[in-house]
Design a protein around this ligand. Structure first.
Ligand SMILES: Nc1nc2c(ncn2[C@@H]2O[C@H](COP(=O)(O)OP(=O)(O)OP(=O)(O)O)[C@@H](O)[C@H]2O)c(=O)[nH]1
Ligand SMILES: [Zn+2]
Length: 198
């Protein structure tokens, strides 16, 4: 078992005094033209800061894994893991689903931990491409599997709810490692199950 401290991910932001952040949020909202003297907005800066902190603080967990005599080449696929992350360009959420597949060598991961890895990597300021690769790297570092495949499909609210207004657009990214990168049959099995399995 190992706690999810990772070499490939940046450390969580250092705890900062939220009072100071709330004062700065109040100044930000005032600078944007909102009336911070109104009673309706009095508690908003504090809420805003707590919500932002919550959305960018990665949950830690204990990565329970097990010794296995896995069948050679067996694919383990956990599909449809919903996640929320934060776009590092606009500090707006992007939300989607992750499909995580791996081919074990000696160790398998508790299934719930696969979803925890996704949340651990997602709950920070991110771009989707880096998030996808970090999930794959976590699996490689902790399980030493024969292969890993990560497929994410997400809606970026910075391009659907504002800006270009590309309502309904989704972005798909993949990161493949080991046999799930190099072996076309293994890769095809992952892709077909990730997209079409019941
Ligand atoms: N590659 C990548 N781009 C992202 C991601 N999230 C947001 N972006 C893009 O980051 C870019 C930032 O571009 P800028 O021109 O600096 O920002 P902007 O003026 O707000 O641009 P618009 O969003 O086009 O209005 C935009 O094209 C976003 O769509 C991501 O996860 N990956
Ligand atoms: Zn954005």
């Amino acid at each position: 078992m190992s706690v999810s401290t990772m070499t490939s991910l940046p450390a969580a932001p250092a705890p900062a005094p939220l009072d100071e952040a709330a004062d700065l949020a109040a100044r930000l909202l005032a600078a944007l033209g909102f009336d911070l003297t109104s009673s309706e907005l009095a508690a908003t800066p504090g809420r805003m800061v707590r919500a932002l902190k919550e959305m960018t603080t990665p949950p830690t967990f204990t990565a329970t894994d097990f010794e296995t005599t896995a069948e050679p080449g067996q694919l383990v696929l956990v599909r449809d893991i919903r996640f929320v992350s934060m776009c590092e360009h606009h500090v707006l959420p992007f939300t989607g689903i992750a499909h995580i597949g791996y081919v074990p060598r000696k160790r398998i991961l508790g299934l719930s931990k696969v979803a925890r890895v996704v949340h651990h990597c997602a709950r920070r300021l991110q771009v989707q491409e880096r998030l996808t690769g970090q999930i794959a790297d976590w699996m490689v570092e902790h399980l030493d599997p024969a292969g890993v495949a990560v497929l994410l499909s997400a809606e970026h609210t910075c391009m659907t709810l504002r800006g270009v207004g590309a309502t309904g657009s989704r972005t798909t990214t993949s990161s493949l490692r080991g046999v799930l990168l190099d072996d076309p049959a293994a890769r095809a099995e992952f892709m077909s199950l990730a997209v079409s399995a019941p």
